[in-house]
Ligand binder design. Structure first.
Ligand SMILES: O=C(O)CCC(=O)C(=O)O
Length: 255
């Protein structure tokens, strides 16, 4: 048995009510890893990191901008992917050793339309994925809060199988609203997507996903990791990034 996985199973527990909600509804909104007074500094660090990103790491979509690799964009972001309740959820949903697949920024643009409802991951054998969204701004009914269809992670079909236009509302969908600093943790098979942002302000967030350890990650952390990041993160973080020890040493030495 994997030592870190066994330790996380033993050390990290979600309160029973939240665990039930995640299992049955498919997502929860809860207090995140940032404390309230840190949120404005965090938002400033987010803006700086987004502005400094190399254009190759930036994807500009119709309704949002995505910036890759928030593992390597500064110490402010190090605490996000080692957050205990998030790891507890991974233990109970993935139920086997897991790793971070990606962690990126997503800014929903002002005056943008709703994203199509979609699932992040679904396979016949039920390959599980845990997604998370950290709110850099309050998520509100008018600024593009994420919508979820409760219970849809149990359904056999995707939104496009049953909806003519998946950008429209779906009966029973609920908005995951919350204050800046909150985290949404969700089962990657649940139907979800951001709603329309009818305000003049961007809706900023950091998002990521955990997958089985033996699956292919969206980002190969071993090839991207920077010496600065390596020098400040702990052993659990290195494990979650699936960094081979010898490669870490080589990379540190070569820069
Ligand atoms: O930003 C959001 O609220 C959801 C984004 C999302 O689901 C995605 O990009 O896959």
């Amino acid at each position: 048995m994997d030592k870190w996985f066994s330790e996380m199973v033993a050390d990290y527990k979600l309160p029973e009510a939240l665990a039930e909600e995640l299992r049955d509804v498919g997502f929860v909104v809860m207090t995140g890893p940032l404390i309230w007074k840190e949120v404005s500094d965090f938002a400033a660090a987010y803006d700086l990191a987004v502005r400094a990103a190399h254009p190759d790491d930036v994807s500009i979509g119709r309704t949002s901008i995505r910036v890759n690799d928030f593992v390597n964009r500064g110490p402010e972001f190090d605490c996000l992917y080692v957050y205990g309740p998030l790891l507890a959820t991974c233990c109970s949903i993935i139920r086997q050793p897991f790793k971070l697949s990606t962690m990126h920024a997503r800014t929903v643009l002002p005056y943008s339309s709703a994203q199509a409802l979609h699932v992040d991951f679904r396979e016949k054998d039920g390959w599980p994925m845990v997604g998370f969204i950290i709110m850099v701004d309050d998520f509100l009914a008018d600024n593009g809060a994420t919508r979820f269809v409760p219970g849809s992670h149990f359904w056999p079909n995707d939104p496009t199988d049953v909806m003519q236009d998946p950008t429209t509302d779906y009966e029973g969908q609920v908005l995951a609203c919350g204050r800046a600093g909150s985290i949404i943790i969700y089962n990657g098979s649940i139907w979800h997507g951001h709603t329309a942002n009818v305000t003049a302000r961007p809706r900023r967030s950091i998002q990521g996903a955990y997958i089985r350890r033996n699956a292919q990650a969206a980002v190969n952390q071993a090839t991207r990791i920077l010496p600065d990041t390596l020098s400040r993160i702990g052993s659990l973080a290195k494990y979650l990034l699936d960094l081979p020890a010898e490669k870490c040493v080589d990379l540190t030495a070569s820069r």
